[in-house]
Design a protein around this ligand. Structure first.
Ligand SMILES: [Zn+2]
Length: 207
């Protein structure tokens, strides 16, 4: 494909945007990345800047919006983004939007799912208290069951309906103004349906 695609994918937790980013990356032959990955990759390079980030993250502190934007800038200077790229879940608030002042999208896809659907998809997650493996009550597991490693399955505090609801509130509150800023590029994608169904909706919206 000769066109350049700079696609920003947004959506609440459980919307499947990570999966859709990967599929789109394969389909268009352009890289996909999220900020968490970019920060980890920069640390691995062992650069001076990477070491600075490593120390910030080691202390459990948040990387500043300026540093995060700089990591993204470095990534976009690499030659594999010449035909475009897919940005997964960034910028997700107004401060990040303002720091990200060196490029514009060609498309912004916002994957919409209802709060009920988010809760259904995320609410069943259980974690093993010994090996850290993640499972789901949708696979027949119950809290308190024993894992093959000998540990017990439990629901992390992050995965309770209350915690999920709080994260969804934050998502809606923080991303709404970003979506507004990108209004001219935004297509809302109905996120309910199979992975392939949702992917087809995205492909349609690209045309
Ligand atoms: Zn286990």
């Amino acid at each position: 494909m000769s066109d350049i695609y700079k696609i920003f994918l947004m959506g609440p937790q459980g919307s499947g945007k990570g999966t859709q980013s990967e599929k789109l990356s394969e389909y268009l032959g352009i890289p996909a990345f999220g900020m968490g990955q970019l920060l980890r990759d920069e640390v691995v390079t062992g650069s001076e800047f990477g070491n600075k980030l490593k120390n910030i993250m080691k202390l459990g502190d948040l990387v500043s919006d300026e540093d995060a934007a700089h990591v993204l800038k470095l990534r976009l200077e690499r030659s594999d983004t010449k035909k475009g790229y897919i940005l997964d879940g960034y910028p997700r608030n107004l401060a990040q939007y303002q720091a990200f002042n060196f490029d514009n999208p060609t498309h912004v896809f916002v994957i919409d799912i209802s709060r009920e659907e988010s809760l259904k998809r995320l609410g069943g997650r259980l974690t093993c208290d010994h090996c850290g493996k993640v499972g789901s009550i949708n696979d027949g597991l119950k809290s308190g069951d024993t894992d093959s490693c000998g540990g017990n399955w439990y629901q992390r505090e992050d995965d309770t309906p209350e915690a999920i609801s709080r994260r969804l509130d934050i998502y809606e509150h923080d991303t709404a103004p970003v979506i507004q800023k990108y209004a001219g590029y935004v297509t809302r994608i109905q996120g309910v349906g199979s992975i392939d169904t949702v992917f087809q909706r995205i492909i349609e919206a690209l045309k």
